[in-house]
Design a protein. Structure first.
Length: 305
């Protein structure tokens, strides 16, 4: 594959991931109207059932490897949702956003365990991104039990990003998304089943928001991630995901009238600088050397097992 074509595909992947974080940024204003009356477990179940129904035509009839990878991805994905949901019940959402952003450094660190090289620019960009998210959201205070649950969410999602990078090379994105969502929908429905009867009136009251969360925030972004990570490395993906709180601040300011102070602007600026740094460093090196962008290194067999 030529450098030009590889560059174009990489750029497409970057744009898809930026679009993904933009969609995620709309989640908080939508959730604010729903979580007051719908329990977290019922909300997770409802949004994933909606998303799974959309992708049901692409469920494979029988493909053992695809089912295995999809169930593994779905399990790790659900673990990140549950741990973060439990954490948010005891700490502020902004604090949880900061803890979750730690996956920007967890992904390359886990990559080291798989034999990957860790570039200095990656460390610098990750550090800037964490400082930026912290500047926007951290309100002080020590780490407690809720922070540990949120950290579990960050670790789970870092593993998910690495697993997805490997799985996207082996399976069609639509089928992979279908298996993931079907598994998460089934497990989360079982989790929420004891209280679904009492929650049903609240769910029907907020059907518009739940459809948006299921169709757009869950179904669309699951697919865009699966497509984009064919062309974008795991550590770049984690760094781009730190744009989510930036977009969340923007949409909260725009839709809810929340204040966007100096600290919020400064933090958002640091995240944007980190994102630019992560892209410009490799592009500049390739241009100076006159070589094509190196292909993504394959993951170790342990990640494919």
């Amino acid at each position: 594959m030529s450098f030009t074509k590889t560059n174009i595909l990489h750029t497409r992947g970057i744009l898809l991931l930026v679009a993904t974080t933009l969609i995620w940024g709309t989640t908080f204003p939508v959730l604010k109207a729903v979580v007051a009356s719908v329990s977290p477990e019922a909300l997770i179940a409802a949004r994933f059932v909606v998303a799974a129904l959309v992708f049901s035509p692409w469920l494979p009839r029988f493909n053992t490897r695809l089912l295995r990878d999809g169930v593994l991805l779905g399990g790790v994905y659900l673990a990140s949702y549950i741990t973060l949901t439990v954490g948010v019940e005891t700490i502020a959402a902004s604090q949880a956003a900061f803890v979750l952003s730690l996956n920007v450094i967890l992904v390359p660190l886990f990559g080291l365990l798989l034999g990957r090289r860790l570039q200095s620019a990656t460390v610098l960009a990750a550090g800037l991104a964490i400082v930026g998210v912290g500047t926007m959201s951290w309100e002080g205070g020590g780490f407690g039990v809720g922070d540990l649950w949120a950290l579990g969410g960050a670790i789970s999602y870092a593993v998910y990003i690495l697993l997805l990078e490997s799985a996207t090379r082996r399976h069609p994105p639509l089928a992979l998304a279908a298996v993931q969502l079907a598994f998460v929908a089934a497990v989360s429905t079982l989790w929420a089943a004891p209280g679904l009867g009492t929650q049903w009136p609240a769910i029907t009251q907020h059907w518009g928001q739940i459809l948006y969360l299921g169709l757009v925030v869950t179904a669309v972004t699951t697919l865009t991630q699966a497509i984009a990570q064919k062309w974008v490395s795991a550590h770049e993906t984690a760094l781009l995901y730190t744009l989510e709180p930036v977009f969340a601040v923007v949409f909260s300011f725009w839709l809810l009238g929340e204040q966007l102070g100096t600290r919020g602007l400064a933090g958002a600026g640091l995240v944007l600088v980190a994102t630019v740094l992560s892209q410009s460093q490799e592009t500049m090196v390739n241009w100076l050397k006159g070589t094509k962008r190196p292909a993504k290194a394959p993951l170790c067999d342990e990640m494919e097992a």
